[in-house]
Write a protein that binds this ligand. Structure first.
Ligand SMILES: *[C@@H]1O[C@H](CO)[C@@H](O)[C@H](O)[C@H]1NC(C)=O
Length: 346
């Protein structure tokens, strides 16, 4: 693609996204489309580890295959950091035997703020052959690693069979995790959350790595390299937000306009709200908000749903072992420590 074409294309894309954003209030303050800000690898991303063997880019540079074999996994991050944003990718997970494997799609600024980092996670946790993938979402703000906010779920589809779009929306007032435009988790910022709500610029990361000691049923099932390589495919990556240098964020950029745009993105149609409720009732099998042994008072952002409270009370709290499972920064490629181990049923 020549530069002129690229420029006019990105101008067109920008116009379309602005148009979509402008149209949202007319559509009842909702959006059903991800702003089409697809960014090629070359334009938006930097390889973290894995070399050319384990990180493979397609000819058009819109698709990345991340391999895990007995030597290494692979990962990349966005070249820039964003002061709020919408981060998204269509992802296909490895199939068959995937125990011990973690595929992570997350935002973080842990490279810049070691002690006070912010983070928003989708973490896919593998499973033994024939069992569905499980995943969790989580968030940390200003180094709140002692206050995990994990939720765990299964999915309504097999994520290894086809691409599905996974999206993290982070504005100054809310965080929404969504899959194929269905919101699955919403965190509305409350004053009481304080700095636990992520507030400093973050980069987007995507990694695949060996988490044998932790990922699947608390480490019971390890990675079996007989089935290697394990490949996750990511395509049509979207980075939509205000690029910001975290060190000089106040002086170098004005993110008011972009942040205003981001605030107009909602997942508020009746269809979406109903789908979210159904998802959470049916596929969520752990939420820190209902774990009264861990948090006798639910953290301030928790909105207690009577149906879920009833269900989590009935089934009892997941069988937690209080083993503190610190993962080193090196091994987990920048994801935060898993303080609590959530016991999955077999
Ligand atoms: C973030 O944490 C640091 C270190 O604990 C603290 O000094 C700072 O005030 C916190 N920031 C906010 C906004 O609370």
């Amino acid at each position: 693609m020549n530069d002129h074409f690229r420029t006019s294309l990105s101008k067109t894309t920008l116009c379309i996204s602005l148009l979509l954003l402008l149209l949202q209030p007319l559509a009842g303050g909702t959006t059903t489309a991800t702003p089409p800000r697809i960014v090629s690898f070359q334009k938006g991303f930097t390889q973290l580890f894995g070399g050319d063997t384990n990180l493979r880019r397609s000819g058009d540079d819109n698709t990345v295959h991340l391999h895990l074999n007995q030597y290494t996994g692979a990962g990349f991050r966005s070249s820039d950091m964003y002061n709020h944003g919408l981060f998204s990718a269509r992802i296909k997970l490895p199939s068959d035997y995937t125990a011990g494997i973690v595929v992570a799609f997350y935002t973080s600024n842990g490279d810049v703020f070691e002690k006070t980092h912010d983070e928003l996670d989708f973490e896919f946790l593998g499973n033994i052959k024939g069992k569905p993938w499980r995943f969790q979402t989580n968030l940390y703000g200003n180094g709140s690693t002692s206050r995990g906010r994990e939720e765990r779920y299964t999915l309504w589809f097999d994520p290894s069979k086809a691409y599905h779009r996974y999206t993290i929306l982070w504005t100054s007032s809310k965080i929404i995790f969504s899959i194929d435009n269905i919101p699955i988790r919403e965190i509305l910022r409350t004053t009481e959350m304080g700095a636990d709500f992520p507030s400093k610029p973050m980069a987007l990361y995507a990694t695949i790595w060996d988490a044998s000691n932790w990922a699947t049923n608390g480490g019971k099932y390890k990675v079996n390299y007989k089935y290697a390589p394990f490949v996750t495919e990511m395509t049509d990556l979207v980075l939509h937000g205000c690029i910001s240098n975290p060190i000089e964020q106040l002086s170098t950029s004005d993110c008011t306009e972009t942040n205003k745009q981001l605030e107009t993105i909602h997942y508020n149609t009746i269809k979406q709200r109903t789908a979210m409720r159904k998802f959470r009732e049916k596929y969520m099998y752990y939420s820190y908000c209902y774990d009264t042994l861990r948090y006798s008072v639910p953290p301030p952002e928790c909105v207690i749903d009577p149906v879920l409270r009833q269900r989590f009370k009935e089934t009892g709290r997941p069988d937690f072992s209080r083993r503190h499972h610190r993962r080193s920064r090196k091994r987990n490629h920048g994801l935060s420590n898993q303080v609590y181990e959530i016991q999955d049923e077999d």
